[in-house]
Write a protein that binds this ligand. Structure first.
Ligand code: KG4
Ligand code: ZN
Length: 359
């Protein structure tokens, strides 16, 4: 089965053709970095407009690159949340229109499931398939989310812990903005950190207690802001590199420590690190070193599968589509993850009505 995946939850418009076994036949991503970088972050209104312009050309390009084009599409998968509502609507409406006019099954996908299952994609240039068997611990670390999951099956994912405030990617982006480095901050800080020495500037380790798996990055951001307030933004290249390496080093250490603790608590010896921040070279290297020391098998998708893409959305939908499932074309989008155990959303993303206040 060939699945057309469509992704438009944030600032990337993406379309991909993927087989139900994870073979990537075509993968196109149109980035909006140039649109948002003057603002140092994503402007939702501009993101929706850019998706409107890009979505049809991106889908056409993916179809042109895959054998059989549109006639080779057996099913469609689209991100329905979490994300920016105005952005999600663009991909979802195009996906619904395509499914309706072609009479093909359509499945709405949780973007976070996409990240967690990107590890099963096989790209043409990927020689060895580095795929874990389930169950595994999944660290999802992106611009909007930082969370640990126990992944038992494609439909059986338990949230173990998440950030209490900022996501790690958000911390990278805000730090880069503070240092006047540009947007998105992760890749810029990653590059600078490679030339610096971690630990040369001392930052507090967030949530250092072994009693919790939770993350927190807003205190670290404040510590960096204080450092910059008192000492200014470093003007020398090596000083700036040291600052970036130290800031990044604390994020990496926190992510790795909690992931290992999760493996220990869950009695699992496989760890998957995924999401945009998993493209970070320092995290990939430190994660490998720490996992090797403890006999944990680490699986990290190639960077192109870690950052937002539509191939992962097709992958996450494949098991449902193969089982003959399809969603009703009236399904809605959701901005927050319904799997967050806060009792406000059902699994399908619908809001749980609150009882009226009794006065
Ligand atoms: O998964 P993603 O593409 O989009 C979301 O779902 O959020 O993640 C984007 C985030 C951004 O915050 C970006 O700065 C970060 O991933 N990122 C990185 C790197 N590449 C992207 N962070 C650290 N190092 C990188 N190399
Ligand atoms: Zn993402």
């Amino acid at each position: 089965m060939r699945v057309l995946g469509i992704e438009s939850s944030c600032d990337e418009t993406a379309a991909a053709l993927v087989t139900d076994t994870g073979e990537v036949l075509a993968d196109v991503v149109a980035s909006q970095i140039a649109t948002h970088s003057p603002y140092g972050g994503i402007v939702p209104e501009l993101a929706s407009r850019a998706h409107m312009q890009a979505v049809i050309p991106v889908i056409c390009e993916a179809l042109e690159r895959s054998p059989g084009g549109l006639s080779g599409v057996d099913a469609i998968a689209v991100t329905r949340g979490p994300g920016l509502v105005g952005s999600l609507l663009v991909g979802v409406q195009v996906a619904k229109a395509l499914a309706w006019s072609l009479d093909k099954p359509l499945v709405g996908v949780n973007h976070l499931d996409g990240h967690l299952f990107a590890v099963y994609l096989r790209r043409p240039d990927q020689t060895a398939r580095n795929a874990p068997s389930m169950p595994y611990v999944g660290l999802l670390v992106s611009g909007g989310h930082t969370a640990l999951y126990r992944v038992e099956g494609f439909d059986d994912i338990a949230l173990l812990a998440q950030t209490r405030d900022d996501a790690a990617g958000e911390a990278f982006d805000k730090a880069a903005k503070l240092l006047g480095l540009g947007y998105p901050g992760g890749p810029i800080i990653d590059k600078l950190a490679a030339k610096g020495e971690a630990g040369s500037v001392s930052f507090p380790m967030p949530m250092a207690s072994r009693k919790t798996l939770d993350f927190s990055f807003s205190g670290l951001k404040t510590a960096l802001a204080r450092h910059v307030q008192t000492r200014g933004v470093p003007t020398g290249e090596s000083e700036l590199a040291d600052l970036c390496a130290s800031f990044q080093g604390v994020i990496i250490e926190s992510l790795v420590r909690k992931s290992l603790l999760a493996c220990e608590q869950e009695g699992l010896d496989q760890l998957v690190i995924t999401g945009g921040v998993a493209a970070n070279r320092g995290l990939r290297a430190r994660g490998k070193e720490a996992c090797d020391e403890r006999g944990i098998r680490l699986h990290v998708p190639p960077p192109i599968s870690c950052t937002d893409n539509a191939a992962m959305i097709a992958m996450a939908a494949a098991h449902r589509l193969v089982a003959g499932e399809r969603d009703d074309l009236s399904f809605a989008v959701y901005s927050r993850d319904p799997d967050r155990k806060r009792g406000k959303f059902r699994r399908d993303g619908t809001l749980v009505e609150r009882k009226p206040d009794v006065r």
